[in-house]
Design a protein around this ligand. Structure first.
Ligand code: SF4
Length: 338
């Protein structure tokens, strides 16, 4: 049986059920790296220049933790998911960069996902990937369709039931489930709509920042433990995210921009009590998109907004202090209104 290693970083959070379904249906076995640790970040950071963004350093640390544990590592080059909308350059070169800086890396399965070049190119890339497991093209097609369905189910589960990504992974049938997830239920809500009795805090940003508990110092749990209801971009439908994003930014240039601009706008319009934007130090696209949300929040003057920038030296105490000050301010504002 072929073992395929999947690093628990970057796009793992969005696509794990889809990838796992695909490989398992083709007879492969999936091995996921353990949750992020300090040692992983240090090992990943040691392979690249200092100003590489934190999520990429984390990703490389996860790849290193899989060396010797799998036959292949799956690192797709996701270039575009829509015509004329491109991904951040780090994603484009991820397989090549990994091979270059981790010479001991197992062979990389690196399909190009470039919808801008048309669906035929995508189907060819999927077939080439499937050939590592079988020569039966019909089997590859079946596995792809089932994988896509798994992705749609996963996405719908989150937007229909107001679940976070880890909650959805725990909820969907066992075959999609990630082993070793150390995340418990992140929110207590069974609906994505903010309830008026609780303080609703929306977290916006990419899933690899929102759900990596080591990187964000257990932000979701901290907010919940303080009695807040946490709302995330995945609790909104793709349509809601996209139309809100278009409204604020016009046609977005970057893939995954809706997780920042679209989610920010939706939650501003929903009237949540506060919005926290998580971004990584050294991230070009997010520094611009978060700024758009900040300006929008400033002009509407209805919802407090705070940015938290994460890097490998982000001190837990500093983050807690900022969080507490932000929550105090929101609660004072709420009490004043009442
Ligand atoms: S979007 Fe930003 S944080 Fe994400 S990989 Fe690109 S540069 Fe890094």
């Amino acid at each position: 049986m072929i073992n395929v290693g999947i690093p628990r970083a970057l796009l793992y959070y969005q696509y794990f059920p889809m990838w796992k379904t695909f490989f398992e249906e083709l007879g492969g076995e999936v091995v996921v790296s353990p949750p992020t640790t300090k040692a992983m970040i240090a090992s990943g950071a040691s392979r690249v220049v200092a100003d590489t963004c934190l999520p990429v350093k984390v990703f490389l640390g996860h790849v290193l933790s899989l060396v010797g544990k799998c036959d292949y590592i799956f690192i797709p080059a996701i270039r575009s998911l829509k015509s004329k909308i491109y991904n951040c350059s780090k994603f484009l070169g991820l397989p090549d960069m990994t091979r270059a800086v981790i010479t001991e890396c197992p062979p990389v399965l690196d399909p190009d996902v470039d919808i801008d070049k048309g669906m035929k190119t995508l189907y060819r890339a999927i077939n080439r990937l499937g050939r590592y497991f079988t020569r039966d093209r019909a089997k590859v097609k079946r596995a792809s369709l089932d994988a896509w369905q798994a992705h749609l189910d996963y996405r719908q589960l989150m937007s229909n039931h107001g679940l976070t990504l880890p909650q959805a992974m725990e909820t969907i049938p066992g075959k999609y489930k990630s082993e070793g997830s150390n995340l418990k239920k992140a929110t207590g809500n069974d609906s994505g709509n903010p309830a008026s009795t609780q303080t609703n805090i929306a977290l916006i940003g990419h899933p690899y920042l929102l759900y990596d508990e080591y990187l964000n110092h257990r932000l979701i749990h901290r907010l919940e433990e303080a009695g807040n209801k946490v709302l995330t971009p995945e609790m909104l439908t793709i349509d809601e995210l996209e139309s809100a994003s278009v409204k604020v930014a016009g046609t977005t240039y970057w893939t995954y921009g809706e997780e920042v601009v679209g989610a920010g706008e939706c939650y501003l319009q929903d009237g949540v009590d506060g919005i926290i934007g998580l971004l990584a130090f050294g991230c070009g696209p997010d520094s611009m998109m978060m700024e758009m949300v900040r300006r929008r929040a400033n002009s509407l003057r209805t919802t407090p907004f705070m940015n938290l920038v994460l890097e490998e030296h982000t001190a837990e105490t500093g983050m807690i202090t900022r969080l507490e000050a932000f929550l105090d301010m929101i609660n004072r504002k709420k009490r004043g209104r009442q």
